[in-house]
Design a protein around this ligand. Structure first.
Ligand SMILES: CC(C)(COP(=O)(O)OP(=O)(O)OC[C@H]1O[C@@H](n2cnc3c(N)ncnc32)[C@H](O)[C@@H]1OP(=O)(O)O)[C@@H](O)C(=O)NCCC(=O)NCCS
Length: 174
């Protein structure tokens, strides 16, 4: 099994992985839209015996503070592994490889919307702890699921909390 960057020849394989792993094709369409919008900051695939069995994408997000100041990071989504290859560490390898590469790029932080039981193993913690919230959750109903990970050793972001974090508009359809 090899983790590597996604190239156009992998797109059909990524599409198949996303459609197999998620209940609807929404995530597969999301990835197509993000690529077309040049919002695919980083896309990695897991290849096993010549076949794409997992994929992860990171795209730009903006944190906007109450005073209007902005900070820029990335959002992790979607990540998927074909059902028959799950629970073998492929998802973890994809995410760790992505986060490591983003660190080398100097990306300051990453957010994710998902189960803390899974993402806490990478160091993600509820973003609400630092007064950061997902813009798509005005009532705070998913506050535990919205998590953030600092990628560098800079102590603070330019945007002080409270902040609203905005994903690319393509996420509005998911
Ligand atoms: C989430 C996903 C990418 C993980 O891939 P994977 O290769 O199976 O993950 P790993 O082998 O690295 O880790 C498996 C562990 O994650 C746990 N896990 C998987 N999905 C989880 C979830 N949604 N919530 C909590 N834990 C989860 C498994 O129970 C397993 O736990 P263990 O290590 O204690 O046994 C994969 O399960 C998947 O494609 N799911 C469907 C798509 C999806 O929900 N993507 C995430 C959207 S936020």
């Amino acid at each position: 099994m090899q983790i590597r960057s996604c190239d156009p020849g992998d797109h059909a394989g990524v599409d198949a992985v996303l459609k197999a792993a998620f209940p609807t094709p929404a995530e597969a369409q999301l990835v197509v839209t993000l690529r077309a919008a040049d919002a695919d900051t980083l896309e990695l695939v897991a290849e096993d015996h010549g076949r794409v069995v997992g994929a992860v994408m990171f795209s730009p997000v903006t944190a906007i503070a109450a005073n209007g100041s902005q900070a820029y990071g990335v959002g992790l989504a979607p990540v998927a592994v074909t059902p028959e290859h799950q629970k073998r560490g492929i998802g973890e390898a994809l995410i760790n490889a992505g986060l490591d590469y983003l660190r080398t790029l100097g990306v300051p932080w990453c957010v994710v919307l998902g189960d803390p039981g899974y993402y806490s193993r990478f160091g993600f913690a509820p973003a609400a702890q630092m007064d950061w919230y997902w813009s798509g959750d005005p009532e705070g109903e998913h506050a535990d699921a919205f998590q953030r990970l600092a990628l560098g050793d800079r102590p603070a972001d330019p945007a002080a909390g409270p902040c609203r974090v905005h994903y690319h508009p393509a996420f509005d359809t998911v």
